[in-house]
Design a protein around this ligand. Structure first.
Ligand code: TRP
Length: 342
């Protein structure tokens, strides 16, 4: 209607909507920063963006309340330190917007038991947490679908491991639209081209993970310069001596990837730079490059995180903006579902 009354000027053109989120289950890693957060920062200007900290998802695995509370704020502060601008994007905590759980229920009643059973992440996680295979872990992807559909997101920047959840989200959107009437945008996954996948420093065949029990395997965004240098120095390589990119030598290849990401140099340039030099010199250079790359983010993080009142006020503002939109969509959904209007 607005479009008819007031023709849109160029600046007001409808931007596509993106939404993404991370779980506050551990400190963020350099892998999450390079693979996800940095992309979000770029995308926020091109799209209408919503970024949330998905604390509701986090409790599908047992959490210590005090830690969950702290980490939720940590992750939000890290989003901002990475460059998510709360004046440009809507930045909020999932549990602050109750419409997520409300839509979740409606979608749950549209999801087949078999559909959830097929989710590979459920299979993996239930094997990993065999002592706590709760129903929330099973229905986790439906809540994720609610996160996305509630804002009619067009694009969802996620990793390859979330592709199946996105497929379910699309199916649920189409199912609702078909059974009732067109309501939800059917979102597309927005998966960055592979190329810069960062692997574990200790088992370079495995992806670097925030939940790796071996702390030396992972570079966290909050690591001190000394911790970074020491982890890189102790990174597993192989019995070779040369610094050349070879997928069959995953340890050296991973350090080259890290050096390339943090300096912008190509593999060929790196090979030339370290021709005739050994692992010690190379690791020293990689460690220092990572330190230089991460330090400004960490410094911004420390500053943002040290003012918790301001951070909470920012998140409150974000949640209010998110709710404003979520409420409208949920009202439509409830009405179409057949709930008597309140
Ligand atoms: N499941 C996602 C992950 O583990 C996190 C997530 C929850 C998410 N809700 C989302 C990602 C909505 C994108 C959009 O990575």
């Amino acid at each position: 209607m607005v479009g008819i009354l007031a023709p849109m000027t160029e600046g007001q053109q409808q931007k596509k909507v993106i939404l993404s989120g991370m779980q506050p289950t551990n400190d963020l890693t350099i892998g999450q920063y390079c693979g996800a957060l940095r992309n979000w920062v770029e995308l926020q200007h091109e799209y209408e963006s919503l970024f949330c900290v998905v604390d509701l998802h986090a409790i599908t695995v047992r959490q210590e309340p005090a830690k969950l509370r702290k980490r939720t704020l940590d992750v939000a502060a890290m989003y901002m330190a990475a460059g998510i601008d709360p004046d440009v994007s809507t930045l909020f905590v999932q549990s602050h917007v109750p419409e997520h759980t409300q839509l979740n229920w409606v979608l749950t009643c549209l999801t087949g038991f078999g559909e959830c059973s097929r989710m590979t992440q459920f299979k993996d996680k239930s094997a990993m947490h065999a002592d706590n295979v709760n129903v929330g872990l099973f229905t986790y992807p439906i809540l994720m679908a609610a996160d996305i559909l509630l804002y009619n997101a067009d694009l969802v920047p996620v990793g390859e491991d979330q592709r199946q959840h996105l497929e379910l989200t699309r199916n649920l959107a189409e199912r609702f639209n078909f059974h009732y009437s067109p309501t939800f945008t059917v979102p597309e996954p927005f998966i960055p081209k592979v190329g810069a996948k960062i692997m574990s420093l200790q088992e370079p065949e495995k992806k670097m993970s925030k939940s790796d029990p071996n702390e030396k395997a992972t570079i966290f965004m909050v690591d001190t310069d000394e911790q970074i240098l020491s982890k890189v120095k102790r990174a597993v390589t192989d019995s070779g001596t040369t610094i050349v990119y070879d997928e069959k030598r995953p340890g050296v290849a991973n350090l080259m990837t890290l050096y390339s990401i943090t300096t912008g140099k190509s593999n060929a340039e790196i090979e030339r730079e370290f021709a005739g030099l050994g692992y010690a010199e190379f690791k020293d250079a990689v460690g220092h490059a990572i330190v230089t790359f991460l330090r400004p983010v960490r410094e911004r993080y420390v500053a943002i995180r040290s003012d918790e009142d301001a951070l909470k006020a920012t998140l409150k503002r974000g949640a209010e903006a998110a709710r404003e939109r979520a409420r409208k969509v949920l009202r439509k959904v409830y009405k179409k579902t057949g709930f008597v209007e309140f």
